[in-house]
Design a protein around this ligand. Structure first.
Ligand code: OGA
Ligand code: NI
Length: 363
């Protein structure tokens, strides 16, 4: 197949997952959450979690995009960005330029979708053998512990990859709202990628050009009154792709990052977007940037929604350490086809930085 034909083809057969109960429906009846039901979700290993305690001594970086864009403040902000990418793999982004109305509309529409009755939500359910739609991910056995969450996973960019069969038609403004928000977030991602490229000393268009594909994962985490500190909303993982931009829709905490072996909560910062480096960015930069492990925890009383946009290379690309970055040095990772890379990711349980480990040349 030549590249033009491939560019027209929507990704498919990327993987599959076993089905599991709709968690929102389970959680609607908190009194009937028996230990039999909760057994599949309870994680004994959480007893060993080490949390940041007392005052959080380390400040999660906050990057101001308007300062990156203004000539006077650029140099100082770019050096903060470099530190955030090399040392944290993670930062909050303020003054990103996404219009407030676009964000508020997206929040209203995703809340509206999760407020629909289950039968309505299931009109966009995942089909067997496919990952797009409303459902689950990464379930391979009946014994495996499950995440206390439901998700809606969609291809959003390029526009011809969209499969409207899985795009909610209710609320009626959902599709337009997601279209606008996805376009704005991609602009932000590409702007950040140009500043990263400048920091890395490569052509400023190289990363935006390579990371032209975008998917979205909308997460719904219901409360769990009796076992909120024993279940997880999302298993510890790093994102497999390039750059993730996440919106904490709800004002309650839930996202945590692993920093120096301890879990550090990322408080929702009004108006901010959360940006993190994915495994592929670590691989492309030959280890200069670091992906970061993170997870989502559950609240006792409040539900929580988040929207994560993943910016990745197209499936026809080959991914590995960029020659411009490796230079005379030694590549630390293999180069593979993007399609094989993603299939491998979706074929295994979520687990820490597994893709970075698998791609290492000399593990
Ligand atoms: C993700 C993710 C965290 C959150 O969707 O990959 O890490 O806060 N989400 O929902
Ligand atoms: Ni993630």
């Amino acid at each position: 197949m030549d590249q033009t034909t491939e560019l027209k083809e929507r990704p498919r057969d990327m993987g599959e997952t076993l089905k599991a109960a709709n968690v929102q429906a389970l959680a609607a009846d908190q009194k009937n959450l028996t230990s039999d039901i909760l057994e599949r979700y309870i994680r004994p290993e959480m007893d060993d979690d080490v949390m940041f305690s007392g005052d959080i001594t380390e400040e999660i970086p906050v990057i101001d995009m308007s300062k990156l864009l203004a000539e006077m403040s650029r140099e100082e902000e770019a050096s903060k960005l470099k530190h955030a990418c090399e040392d944290w793999g993670f930062f909050q982004l303020v003054n990103h330029g996404v219009p407030e109305k676009v964000i508020e509309d997206m929040k209203d529409n995703i809340k509206g979708f999760f407020d629909l009755p289950l039968e309505k939500r299931e009109e966009v359910a995942q089909q067997p053998g496919d990952l797009e739609g409303y459902g689950k991910a990464f379930i391979f056995s009946e014994e495996q512990k499950l995440d206390w969450a439901d998700l809606l996973y969609l291809y959003t960019q390029p526009p011809h990859f969209r499969n409207f069969k899985h795009w909610p038609s209710e609320p009626t403004s959902f599709r337009d709202s997601l279209d606008s928000y996805s376009t704005e977030v991609q602009k932000v991602a590409h702007c950040i990628l140009r500043f990263m490229a400048a920091n890395l000393g490569i052509n400023h268009n190289q990363l935006p050009k390579l990371l032209g594909s975008q998917t979205v994962r909308m997460n719904y985490y219901p409360p769990c009154a009796s076992a909120h500190d024993k279940v997880l909303g999302l298993t510890p993982h790093s994102d497999p792709g390039g750059l993730t931009i996440l919106l904490q829709v709800s004002p309650v905490p839930g996202l945590q990052i692993r920093r120096n072996g301890k879990w550090l909560p990322v408080m929702p910062l009004p108006g901010a977007l959360v940006v993190n480096i994915g495994d592929l960015m670590e691989i492309l930069t030959n280890g200069r940037y670091k992906s970061i492990e993170h997870r989502a925890v559950i609240n006792a009383k409040a539900d929580r929604i988040s929207i994560a946009f993943f910016h990745d290379p197209g499936l026809w690309e080959t991914v590995g350490p960029l020659t411009e970055i490796v230079g005379e040095g030694t590549p630390l990772f293999k180069s593979v086809g993007m399609q094989d890379y993603m299939k491998l990711f979706f074929a295994q349980k979520l687990s820490g930085k597994s893709m970075v480990d698998l791609m290492k040349l000399n593990p």
